[in-house]
Design a protein around this ligand. Structure first.
Ligand SMILES: NC(=O)c1ccc[n+]([C@@H]2O[C@H](COP(=O)([O-])OP(=O)(O)OC[C@H]3O[C@@H](n4cnc5c(N)ncnc54)[C@H](OP(=O)(O)O)[C@@H]3O)[C@@H](O)[C@H]2O)c1
Length: 268
């Protein structure tokens, strides 16, 4: 089978198409092209595409609704189905961040959509059992690290090729329990706090590596939010966080490699 060596964008009217040049040439020495394919992958395509991870509940669900309400196309990811009304073209893909196979299968499905990503928001997260550190089982340690840190990182690397769109933004939900500048306060919850500090580190490291390619990588500390994880006493509403996330993505607020809280840069 011949290999794709170049993709050429063409427009017929306003409709984007691409054609693929293969490695073979014809008898005259001219490159052989596959037929034109209609696509949304054209960087000039108008509808923006957000991938929201952890969109079935809490902050992620509010974020997915905010983007869908602003006519972005939303691909939502979580284990259970997300409910975000909006464009008919909204898609849900099942993913379990504890499983690398599941992450790769979800990334394959996203790549099959044939569309670049304008914004990816990592909202998925789990809390660990409330036990002293010396009683935390290795299984529970691994689970909280996998969902909050390893899974989001693997997904980002899997989707790197879809994020290479000028102005693409990655927003990682981290939190005060992983901030060294706040003294890593919180008591207990060592696995969760380590995972969030690690996701801050991933944010900064990827910002340095991917920033020069035009990708903004930003961490967001949402504060204490009323969700299944945050509980009903929390002062902040998930909708407030969703507006912050949307502003970061759509208005370009926040420099590459920063940590934001209430839309202001703060210390890690
Ligand atoms: N709420 C707060 O006060 C607060 C404070 C600071 C930081 N944060 C962070 O903000 C983010 C959102 O928190 P939240 O309060 O909205 O939490 P939440 O209400 O518990 O929602 C968590 C989301 O993560 C998904 N998720 C959990 N395990 C998963 C897995 N194995 N694979 C894929 N998805 C999984 C859940 O969907 P499924 O169960 O359907 O998979 C759900 O959509 C988290 O990263 C959290 O750490 C929250």
């Amino acid at each position: 089978m011949s290999r794709e060596v170049e993709r050429t964008w063409i427009s017929i009217g306003d409709t984007p198409y691409y054609r693929i040049r293969q490695g073979r040439v014809n008898v005259s020495g001219e490159p052989i092209y596959m037929g034109s394919r209609r696509t949304n992958l054209n960087p000039r395509h108008a509808v923006k595409h957000a991938v929201i991870v952890g969109a079935s509940g809490g902050i992620g669900q509010a974020v997915a609704k905010a983007f869908a309400g602003e006519s972005w196309r939303v691909t939502s990811l979580s284990r259970s189905k997300a409910n975000h009304r909006g464009r008919d073209s909204a898609t849900h893909i099942a993913i379990d961040l504890k499983s690398v196979d599941s992450i790769r299968a979800a990334a394959d499905e996203i790549r099959a959509q044939d569309e670049l990503i304008d914004c990816l928001v990592n909202c998925a997260g789990v809390m660990q059992p409330d036990v002293p550190s010396h009683e935390l089982s290795v299984t529970d340690w691994k689970a909280v690290i996998d969902v909050n840190l390893t899974g989001p990182f693997v997904l980002l690397t899997e989707l790197f090729g879809r994020l290479t769109k000028p102005g693409a933004t990655i927003i990682n939900l981290t939190g005060g329990m992983g901030r060294f500048s706040l003294g890593m306060q919180g008591g207990r919850f060592i696995g969760y706090r380590t995972a969030k500090a690690g996701l801050n580190a991933v944010t900064l490291a990827l910002a340095q590596e991917w920033g020069p390619l035009g990708i903004r990588v930003i961490a967001l500390d949402p504060g204490w939010v009323r969700t299944p994880m945050g509980g009903s006493d929390a002062p902040r509403d998930p909708g407030e966080i969703a507006r912050e996330v949307f502003t970061i993505a759509d208005d370009g607020l926040g420099d590459n490699g920063c940590l934001l809280s209430n839309l202001r840069p703060v210390m890690w």
